[in-house]
Design a protein around this ligand. Structure first.
Ligand code: ATP
Ligand code: MG
Length: 664
């Protein structure tokens, strides 16, 4: 049986979405609200009255070997410490605790390989494997405080590796599997990793890419890198350097099965992770133990209304991003959830694979990125309509502002208008979700991340006066310390202070995003500070204009930038991808301009529209507007190391040249 939206497709769907675009708020369904973990708005006031007590209450949900003596130490802002004096272990919280409570047989992950292979891993199995691998790491000379690099695809060993590091207090530095070996080298060198865990090869849409041999090409001369552990995953032949390289299966088989979790200080470093690099050279974010786990566990439980006994949760991100760290690994395991882990891409072996997996495993909570939703929208509702998605009850998004049209498509086609959508705003830096609806409480508005999570304090500050804006646009800031926040930029404390605390002082964390507060007090994160466009004195957010363009029925995706203009200061240039195989012409351009005039105003109409088969995106799927600015202005491209597909920029550079030739 198809879900309720099964009959809706093509023009009828466009029509219904267009009508929904005018609906302002979506209340949580009464039945959902009744059963939700949090359904009383008083929780916000409670947390605001005494945030430290609120966070301490969340921390008490964890297992501590020794409880803290002080909730928050703010002797040296902005270098805050949380739960000082306390000791705990993240892997103990994620594994031992559940097994000791008799939940060892519960599936932690339904792992699914690209070619349909399936492997269910229980909590007890995960604990056993983690203990052995932790011992193996110790046998190889890794100790407390030693940095371990992890460069693995979406296979169970990536989770096992992270937990094994956490178990012995070795901070990990995961590099997204899609990054080049060069990026791995850079990150290993900078973090002085002692050991690297990688694999022979990785699945890439039906092909196998060699990994270990590529790593060898660039890591040979790294002085600090003493050992490389190789997971035999695809049977790809690879060179093994005598004395340095070992196979994962061999060392695990030889290791002792018991490895008690080490009690670690609450501020012991858990991991280093580099940001996506959407705006600048990636930053090495440092997260620690007690505060981080408190933040991710609490947000994971309440934002997704997690009922670990009955839910099947799926975060369709990659472990290599912070979303994967916090919401594939640490949050869900700490909460004893059963998750789906998918090795591959959303369009292999076919464009309906996500929906097939949801039906297969009875997924109840889905968490993914707007870029994926826009791609699915482009592929059409027929793919999800082939599957029974009635198990779903909560839908989440993260990573970018979501255009209202994509939100409504998600709501209608995937959620059958029954599932609350949580649009979660946060960053690598914040470690955990910061601004989000609570699904049993918040009336949502498509495109707004709504309100700060209880115990989080966000403001929009006026750009010139620095005063809080009650209604209107400004700079998003966090005004109080929060347990899951980064502690510093790894080995760059000066850059940490400069980037986040030089604008408004040490008490106010500058997020780097622009936001708007509407007349109901809702927050709308509208893009990076640098992405705001000023047309004839009107300050426009790129997200707002993009959403208006995407509201045109032919448009699948759009990215907007400002370029210098003699008359208006800046003018809007839009890069537009059309639905399916549609080809844009003058009529489409006029239609898009009219839609923007209609939704925002004539001044916001794009001056130039450049058709693009695809847009330059980071490997986590975010649009890199800084590269679009370079392309539009014919400049050499800035840092492209985090770009997913270089062919996209080459094509756009060509297009822009052609257009310029036509104009001249
Ligand atoms: P870099 O900092 O290197 O430029 P990045 O900011 O893309 O990279 P991340 O930490 O992965 O790296 O992304 C955080 C950013 O993503 C936020 O600052 C915000 O701009 C955007 N973002 C995340 N979630 C949302 C959301 N729900 N709505 C709007 N924007 C979001
Ligand atoms: Mg950032």
């Amino acid at each position: 049986m198809a879900s309720g939206s099964g009959e809706v497709s093509g023009e009828a769907l466009d029509h219904e979405l267009a009508e929904l675009l005018d609906v302002e708020t979506f209340d949580p369904p009464a039945e959902f609200r009744e059963r939700a973990l949090l359904n009383d708005p008083a929780v916000y006031e409670q947390a605001a009255r005494d945030p430290q007590a609120w966070w301490a209450k969340q921390a008490k949900e964890l297992h501590w070997f020794k409880e803290w003596t002080e909730v928050l130490n703010d002797d040296d802002p902005p270098f805050y410490k949380w739960f000082t004096g306390g000791t705990l272990n993240v892997s103990y919280n994620c594994l031992d605790r559940h097994v000791l409570a008799g939940r060892g047989d519960r599936v932690a992950f339904h792992w699914r390989g690209e070619e349909g292979q399936e492997r269910d891993i229980t909590y007890a199995e995960l604990l056993a494997e983690v203990q052995r691998f932790a011992n193996a790491l110790k046998d190889l000379g890794v100790g407390r405080g030693d940095v371990v690099g992890i460069y693995l695809p979406m296979i169970p060993e990536v989770v096992i590796s992270m937990l094994a590091c956490a178990r012995i207090g070795a901070p990990h530095n995961v590099v997204f599997g899609g990054f080049s070996a060069e990026a791995v080298r850079e990150r290993m060198e900078f973090s002085e990793a002692k050991l690297l865990i990688t694999t022979d090869g990785a699945a890439r849409k039906g092909k196998t890419a060699p990994i270990k041999d590529r790593v060898d090409d660039v890591t040979g001369d790294l002085a600090t890198l003493e050992k490389i552990v190789v997971v035999r995953s695809k049977g790809t032949p690879c060179q093994m350097k005598e004395g340095r390289d070992v196979f994962y299966d061999e060392i695990v088989a030889a290791a002792h099965p018991d490895c008690p979790a080490e009690p670690l200080d609450s501020e012991h470093p858990l991991y280093i992770l580099y940001t996506s690099g959407s705006t600048a050279k990636p930053k090495g974010i440092l997260h620690t133990t007690g505060g981080y786990l408190t933040g991710v566990a609490a947000t994971h439980r309440y934002v997704f209304d997690l009922k670990p006994d009955s839910d099947v949760y799926w975060c369709a991100a990659d472990v290599g991003w912070v979303t994967g760290h916090s919401y594939i690994v640490y949050g869900p395991l700490c909460n004893g959830a059963t998750s789906v882990m998918w090795e591959g891409a959303p369009d292999y072996p076919h464009k309906g694979i996500w929906w097939e997996l949801i039906e297969r495993y009875g997924v109840t909570i889905l968490y993914c990125a707007p870029t994926a939703i826009r791609a699915c929208m482009k592929w059409g509702a027929d793919w999800p309509n082939k599957h029974d998605l009635s198990s779903l009850r909560v839908l989440g998004t993260v990573g970018e502002p979501i255009n209202p049209k994509a939100w409504l498509w998600y709501h209608k086609v995937i959620g059958s208008e029954r599932c609350p959508i949580v649009d979660t705003w946060w960053q690598t830096e914040t470690g955990a979700i910061m601004i989000t609806p609570l699904p049993g409480i918040t009336a949502t508005k498509p495109g707004s991340a709504t309100h700060p999570f209880p115990g989080v304090f966000a403001e929009v500050l006026d750009e010139s006066t620095g005063e809080p804006v009650t209604e209107g646009q400004g700079l998003l800031v966090l005004t109080r310390p929060c347990p899951s926040m980064l502690r510093t930029l790894y080995k760059e404390p000066e850059r940490f202070l400069q980037t986040y605390f030089s604008r408004f002082g040490k008490d106010t964390y500058l997020v780097g995003d622009a936001a708007r507060r509407d007349s109901d007090g809702y927050l709308w994160v509208i893009g990076r500070i640098d992405d705001v466009v000023n047309v004839s004195g009107h300050r426009l957010s790129t997200a707002e204009v993009e959403s208006a363009i995407v509201a045109h029925p032919d448009v699948a995706e759009a990215a907007v930038i400002g370029e210098h203009d003699e008359d208006s200061g800046q003018a809007i240039v839009a890069f537009v991808t059309l639905q399916g195989d549609l080809v844009g012409d003058d009529q489409t351009i006029e239609g898009i301009r009219a839609t923007v005039a209609d939704r925002i105003g004539k001044f916001a109409r794009p001056k130039r529209i450049i058709w693009s088969d695809d847009l330059p995106k980071t490997r986590s799927g975010k649009i890199m507007r800084r590269l679009l600015r370079d392309i539009a202005e014919g400049r050499a491209l800035g840092d492209v190391t985090t770009l997913r597909d270089p062919a996209v920029t080459a094509q756009l550079e060509e297009r822009v040249k052609e257009l310029q030739a036509q104009e001249d």
